[in-house]
Write a protein that binds this ligand. Structure first.
Ligand SMILES: [Zn+2]
Length: 210
């Protein structure tokens, strides 16, 4: 699987995932509002998630949502798990970036990042972004005087589809430096989902014992 998470020590900007900046996915609905936590409702809904630049639609139930967002951090990961009406398991990971640069920033040289005008409607609004510590833009001033000089880091989206719970768990492992492991955020999201789905619960228990 793709090692999708942001590396906090890297200046690498995300790959632009949509050429057409006018498309606004509705995935916001499965992410809690700022300051709120996910609460399982068991509701059946139409969902839309993204995988790179592709959009996936399905009808299902959201089993879990967990975020590594914390104060003072400008990049984090959100993970959601769903089960569709056809009993497919879906995991969606979003590498979120709240960083804004000046177009002249050395850390984004050779990268094509969107301006405030070409960003998605789903990403963190320019006013709420954290200035890059290298180029340190005065966002308020630049917005008033030269907004085209600003560049935002795009969110990165990854979605996996599995026909059973074991495949779901497998898809959430990452390999770093040759070692496979289940990141704590992924494990936490799976444990949350296991509270609402017996297949995931049983598969998680089996994985632990094996
Ligand atoms: Zn910068």
């Amino acid at each position: 699987m793709t090692d999708y998470d942001y590396d906090a020590n890297s200046d690498a900007a995300p790959t632009p995932d949509m050429k057409d900046g006018t498309v606004v996915p509705s995935y916001v609905s499965f992410r809690p509002e700022p300051g709120e936590v996910f609460e399982y409702t068991g509701e059946l809904n139409e969902y839309e998630v993204m995988d790179g630049g592709r959009r996936l639609f399905f009808k299902g139930t959201q089993l879990a949502y967990l975020s590594s967002e914390r104060p003072g951090v400008s990049r984090w990961t959100d993970i959601s798990i769903f089960i569709t009406t056809a009993k497919q398991f879906i995991v969606n990971k979003i590498g979120v970036s709240a960083i804004v640069h000046l177009s002249t920033c050395s850390s984004i040289a050779n990268k094509t990042l969107p301006t405030p005008f070409t960003a998605h409607g789903t990403e963190i609004s320019i006013e709420d972004r954290d200035p890059c510590p290298i180029c340190n833009p005065d966002v308020k001033f630049q917005l008033e005087n030269d907004p085209a000089s600003l560049r935002i880091e795009r969110d990165r989206h990854w979605t996996g589809v599995s026909s059973n719970a074991a495949g779901l768990i497998e898809s959430m492992y990452v390999t770093r430096n040759g070692t496979r492991n289940l990141p704590s955020l992924a494990a936490g999201t799976l444990e949350m989902a296991a509270r609402h789905n017996k297949d995931i619960h049983d598969a998680l228990m089996t994985t632990r014992v094996a």
